[in-house]
Design a protein around this ligand. Structure first.
Ligand code: ATP
Ligand code: MG
Ligand code: NA
Ligand code: MG
Length: 312
């Protein structure tokens, strides 16, 4: 048997439903990875419900868990690092420190580390972290191998606005140039020229060449709003990037195609389950608007367990 492929995944956790580590772990395990989940927040459910209970871990608490791994010779066994939502500026800096410590520890062993960093800061024109967090991300993504911002996050990191395919190219180039990150994937972009699609684009830095290897895909927009899709995206990207050769150019494009195809299947399965659930759940005429909204959000939880075949 081969040496286990181990991923340290630093993300949020929910008790019920799928987001953060709860969305990433199962697909990664299914694809043959051992996943060590370090949770940054622990909530009852994802924040899209409008109300949730639980707690956020401080930077110290995040670091402390990592130090426990170090003490037992566990940290250095991870050849992959996946990071997602982290609450607060200090927490983001702690994740940057963990990445640096892990990379150095691996280097001393003559081993490498691949870090996929999802700089979770906001979406749909809305920043849901502090400005300090943004600055902390601008600092830590310099040592990431792959970043997976959405449109809003890419705009926040570059100060550019993406309104067209040419401005999309410019933004990806700016991310390479400003932060030196080798692979950039902008996971979802909405362009006025493509009103019924989500665009997903990627770019691999090609040093010495004038042009970076860039590509974009168009995905039909499915009705509804789903949580955890960005987290599944980053997890699948890591898994398939590792499996495929990281050859210059081409490779990222093929990996992203696979990820988009899997996500499209997961969303179709989710929509089917959602329709069934909404038909069978009680039709209480007295239900108010808020209750109705939560009923739909509950029904829209990703059908990950039911999508095993698509993931495989
Ligand atoms: P993050 O949440 O990590 O910051 P993000 O906002 O780009 O990133 P999503 O908006 O969930 O994350 O998009 C991730 C991927 O999920 C998209 O590339 C697309 O493949 C898929 N996806 C999400 N929502 C839809 C949808 N309504 N229709 C079709 N595909 C979707
Ligand atoms: Mg989004
Ligand atoms: Na993303
Ligand atoms: Mg997200």
């Amino acid at each position: 048997d081969e040496v286990p492929k181990r991923i340290l995944s630093i993300q949020s956790a929910v008790v019920s439903g799928y987001a953060g580590n709860r969305a990433s772990t199962f697909p990664l395990q299914l694809l043959g990875y051992d996943v060590s989940a370090l949770n940054t927040v622990h909530f009852s459910n994802h924040t899209g419900y409008g109300s949730f209970r639980g707690f956020r871990l401080t930077a110290e608490q995040i670091l402390e868990q990592y130090e426990g791994l170090e003490e037992n010779g566990l940290s250095c066994r991870h050849g992959y690092l996946l990071t997602g939502y982290v609450p607060g500026e200090e927490g983001v800096m702690a994740v940057g420190q963990i990445a640096e410590r892990l990379r150095n520890e691996r280097k001393r062993m003559g081993e490498g580390l691949m870090w996929v960093c999802d700089p979770v800061m906001g979406d749909q024109g809305r920043l849901y972290v502090s400005q300090g967090c943004v600055e902390a991300y601008k600092d830590i993504i310099r040592s990431a191998d792959v970043i997976t911002p959405n449109q809003f996050e890419a705009e926040t990191l570059t100060g550019l606005t993406i309104t067209s395919l040419p401005t999309l190219r410019t933004a990806m180039t700016a991310l390479h140039e400003a932060y030196g990150v080798k692979h950039v994937v902008i996971t979802s972009i909405q362009l006025p020229s493509h009103p019924d699609s989500l665009i997903c684009a990627g770019s691999t830095q090609t040093p010495g060449k004038h042009m970076h290897a860039q590509f974009w895909y168009q995905v039909p927009k499915q009705p509804g709003f789903y949580s955890g899709t960005g987290d599944v995206f980053a997890a699948l990207l890591l898994a398939h990037l590792d499996a495929g050769s990281l050859a210059e150019g081409g490779a990222l494009q093929i990996v992203v195609r696979k990820v988009l195809s899997t996500l499209s299947s997961i969303l179709s399965r989710t929509r089917k389950g959602m329709e069934e659930e909404l038909q069978t759940s009680s039709t209480d005429l007295d239900r108010n608007e808020k209750e109705e909204k939560v009923r739909v959000i509950r029904a829209a939880e990703l059908r990950l367990v039911q999508s095993q075949e698509a993931i495989l």
